[in-house]
Write a protein that binds this ligand. Structure first.
Ligand SMILES: Cc1ncc(COP(=O)(O)O)c(C=O)c1O
Length: 420
């Protein structure tokens, strides 16, 4: 019913996973106007990590909305903003970072790219094939996860090159025949792709839109080493994987590295639009005053939501790995399914890759589209991702209970098992 009105007034450019009419949300559930509950394993694309309308987030936002909405950071500091920045720095496990707040992942990526160029006085950037960093022109220029994003809009940023993402399930480039971790590392070293003419290397530690593919830890370490050797800044894009989603505050921390710049968004604000470009302070301090900025960054209301989110996830972080192990155990039998090629799980970032044949690995995107619909018919919201749109993407709220996880996974498995 809302669809008809929406179609008249909302731009049709948006692609949609589903077209529900949504009245409200609470915890792991969205409700339609008939009060039917949908178990939401998409979390608004990995955003509502604390669930919908978590009471502590709601309270923090309501209190802040009644106190101060927007003084503008150009006019003065607000305690809630400084509190939030302090918390973010503490998550970095080093005091040597400072924060630039933004409203979207793309905005934070844009800031990171501009910072790297400004500080190094170079303009070249290396990114990875299949990566997604956002839709503004700078972020898009380092994005290749889908061709459609770049069609018909003319030249991208100058000086961007790409290296195949270290996908150990399927080759991410025809030039790559050996898909072992050591082969990707050797190829990276020998290719000279990371060289002293670059301003920055930007990488998602786990491809999000590109299919929930985690870069092997040794590969991330190698990228960090090469960047250091060549004096190139390393930008880690944790927009989708950050803020506890993988069972660590950030996925890069599993590699024991300290990136020059980290961008984060999505799970940070529990649905309030906030993002951050967090950089080593010695780098941030070289950005001359006024060369970057924005009207809405460092907004007290979104910072209040982010602060509350961090507090909630702090209490939940240790449970996420246990929930992840459990999900892995439940999904294990699917590995034998003729159309399931790979199952990838990092924390509560779960990708199930569908193929027509285990040996050819031909992507089975129609099956994924069909599964999304069948799940919705059974009041379960799941999403898709992948360069070939053949990966079922699960990003349940991080506060999901074992019972809710069981319900969702079992429903999904029943639907998948109908394909034999
Ligand atoms: C890894 C990554 N980077 C950047 C972005 C862009 O974020 P936004 O859509 O908030 O601009 C996304 C969004 O999906 C993402 O997954």
């Amino acid at each position: 019913m809302l669809k008809q009105r929406a179609d008249k007034v909302l731009c049709s450019v948006l692609s949609r996973f589903h077209e529900l009419d949504i009245k409200s949300g609470q915890g792991c559930y969205l409700y339609n106007y008939d009060d039917v509950a949908f178990l939401d394993f998409g979390s608004g694309i990995a955003v509502t990590s604390t669930g919908h309308c978590h009471p502590e987030v709601v309270e923090a936002v309501q209190e802040q909305v009644g106190t101060l909405i927007h003084p503008c950071i150009a006019v003065g500091n607000t305690e809630v903003v400084v509190d939030c920045a302090e918390k973010l720095v503490s998550l970095m496990q080093s005091d040597d970072y400072s924060v630039f707040f933004e409203q979207s992942g793309a905005g934070a990526v844009e800031a990171a790219l501009k910072l790297a160029k400004f500080v190094t006085k170079r303009h070249q950037v290396l990114a990875f094939e299949g990566g997604f960093h956002g839709r503004s022109m700078g972020a898009l220029s380092v994005t290749t996860s889908k061709k459609a994003y770049r069609d018909n809009i003319g030249p991208m940023l100058d000086g961007v090159s790409f290296f195949p993402y270290p996908n150990t399930y399927r080759s991410s480039h025809e030039s790559i025949t050996d898909i072992s971790v050591t082969a990707y590392i050797e190829k990276l070293k020998q290719s000279g792709a990371i060289h002293s003419g670059l301003a920055a290397v930007i990488i998602e530690p786990i491809l999000g839109e590109g299919g929930y593919v985690a870069a092997p830890i040794e590969f991330l370490q190698c990228v960090a080493d090469l960047c250091k050797q060549h004096n190139v800044l390393l930008i880690i894009d944790e927009v989708q994987s950050g803020i506890g989603r993988t069972g660590s505050w950030f996925q890069f921390q599993k590699a024991g590295i300290f990136p020059d710049i980290v961008v984060m968004a999505k799970g940070l604000g529990s649905g309030m639009p906030i993002a951050a470009c967090v950089g080593k302070t010695e780098i941030m301090n070289q950005w001359s005053k006024g060369s970057h900025g924005g009207t809405y960054g460092a907004n007290p209301v979104t910072c209040a939501a982010a602060s509350a989110t961090i507090d909630i996830i702090s209490k939940q972080l240790s449970a996420i790995s246990a929930l992840s192990d459990y999900a892995s155990h439940v999904l294990e039998p699917l590995r034998l399914h003729p159309y399931i090629g790979d199952i990838r799980i990092e924390g509560l970032m779960i990708g199930i890759e569908c193929v027509k044949d285990h040996s050819t690995k031909e992507p089975y995107s129609d099956m994924v589209a069909d599964i999304l619909k069948k799940c919705l018919d059974r009041q379960l919201i799941v999403l898709s991702c992948g360069v070939h749109s053949n990966v079922i993407r699960l990003a349940p709220p991080l506060i999901v209970t074992k019972e809710e996880l069981t319900t969702g996974l079992q429903t999904l498995m029943e639907i998948i098992n109908d394909y034999d």
